[in-house]
Design a binder for this molecule. Structure first.
Ligand code: GN1
Ligand code: MG
Length: 361
């Protein structure tokens, strides 16, 4: 899809009842899925910024369900925040269109708008254990706020999104249909994945038997989905509610470790930089438990290190499957980009396997 023109941006923004005089709009590079821009409005001396996103309906074919989920989560958190008068974290506020819809359909695509949380920044790499603790505490807070929102209230926007068994099956389908070239390029990663087939059913089996509770989760707990205060460095809020769906709490913890405790970028090409930092892992576990220890079950707490391996492996499988499929899902910036991403995830899994004893809580 082509980048929106200036005029298309204006048309999209005009669908939302935003107060004040429009000043400007700039692109924001964020995520692998949607197109994101930020607008500025002025009223008197006060400036407000808004996030506008053109949604990718190839990834999210049912935008109505997606936006109902996001509205349910945002609304629940905004109401709780107001009732608690707590100000450590800010909920993400969704703005309806002038007609009261959750999003706007325009000629250039489907657009939604959020209030920008001011004086904050996001980071692609973790600065140290203090930031890791704050990041995990923020996601612990997020799950805590949602612990009384029944998973039945949310639709499964992306069916079986969190299921590792499903992701393994998708990888198998991609492998069966892949070109000789792609198979050859990924031979080592394919072998790595096949050797770990057994781990993928562990959580799915526990969810089915009721041993693991189903909960509303964030579903994409990368460090760069947290907004940190520019002045104090404290975590202020969480963005990207796309994958808020019924899932299991440890998915969020595992994905957080995958990204934040990584010793390299998600798409690192230098093999010897890839790994998981144990000090960051511990800070993440402590930060998460500082908010979540009283509502997680003992079994969930015990499985935290396993979840870190499982989720990292599962997202590696998704990158690998997309490479084998010819790169249709994740945006890429170079040939072999998804294979590089898969290699990083699998390198981290290998590292965590070797340190499983040290990672136990
Ligand atoms: C995608 O677009 P982004 O970066 O927010 C993906 C996540 C993956 C992530 C890997 C809807 O998220 O599931 O973990 O890339 N989102 C979707 O970086 O598939
Ligand atoms: Mg996301």
């Amino acid at each position: 899809m082509q980048a929106p023109t200036e005029q298309q941006l204006h048309e999209a923004i005009a669908c939302f009842p935003l107060d004040g005089e429009f000043l400007d709009v700039r692109p924001l590079r964020r995520g692998h899925i949607h197109d994101t821009v930020v607008s500025r409005f002025r009223k008197g001396d006060h400036e407000t910024q808004y996030i506008h996103q053109r949604m990718n309906d190839a990834v999210f074919p049912d935008l109505d369900v997606l936006m109902e989920n996001i509205h349910a989560v945002s609304d629940h958190m905004v109401r709780k925040h107001a009732a608690e008068c707590a100000d450590e974290f800010e909920p993400l506020r969704l703005i309806s269109t002038g007609d009261g819809a959750r999003y706007a359909r325009t000629e250039s695509g489907a657009w939604r708008t959020f209030v920008f949380i001011e004086n904050t920044a996001s980071f692609d790499r973790c600065a140290g254990t203090e930031q890791a603790f704050a990041a995990a505490r923020a996601f612990g807070w997020f799950q805590r706020q949602l612990r009384d929102l029944s998973p039945d209230r949310l639709g499964e926007t992306l069916p079986r999104f969190f299921s590792s068994t499903h992701r393994f099956a998708q990888f198998e389908v991609a492998r069966a249909a892949a070109s000789e070239d792609r198979l050859a390029s990924a031979a080592a990663e394919i072998a790595f994945a096949l050797e770990r087939r057994e781990m993928v059913s562990v959580v799915d089996d526990m969810l089915r038997s009721g041993e693991m509770p189903s909960r509303v989760v964030h579903g994409d707990t990368k460090l760069n989905n947290i907004l940190f205060c520019d002045t104090t460095g404290a975590a202020k809020g969480i963005v990207d509610l796309d994958t808020c769906m019924p899932g299991y709490s440890l998915y969020d913890f595992g994905d957080l470790v995958r990204f934040t405790a990584a010793t390299s970028a998600e798409d690192e090409r230098e093999q010897d930089r890839i790994g998981t930092d144990l000090g960051l892992y511990r800070a993440l576990a402590e930060g998460y438990l500082s908010m979540a220890s009283d509502f997680l079950t003992p079994r969930e707490i015990e499985l935290m290190p396993f979840a870190a391996r499982l989720v990292t492996f599962t997202i590696g499988l998704r990158f690998l499957a997309d490479h084998l499929n010819g790169d249709h899902y994740f945006k890429i910036e170079r040939d072999g980009h998804n294979l590089d991403r898969a290699r990083v995830q699998f390198g981290m899994v290998r590292c965590m396997e070797a340190r499983a004893i040290e990672m136990a809580c």
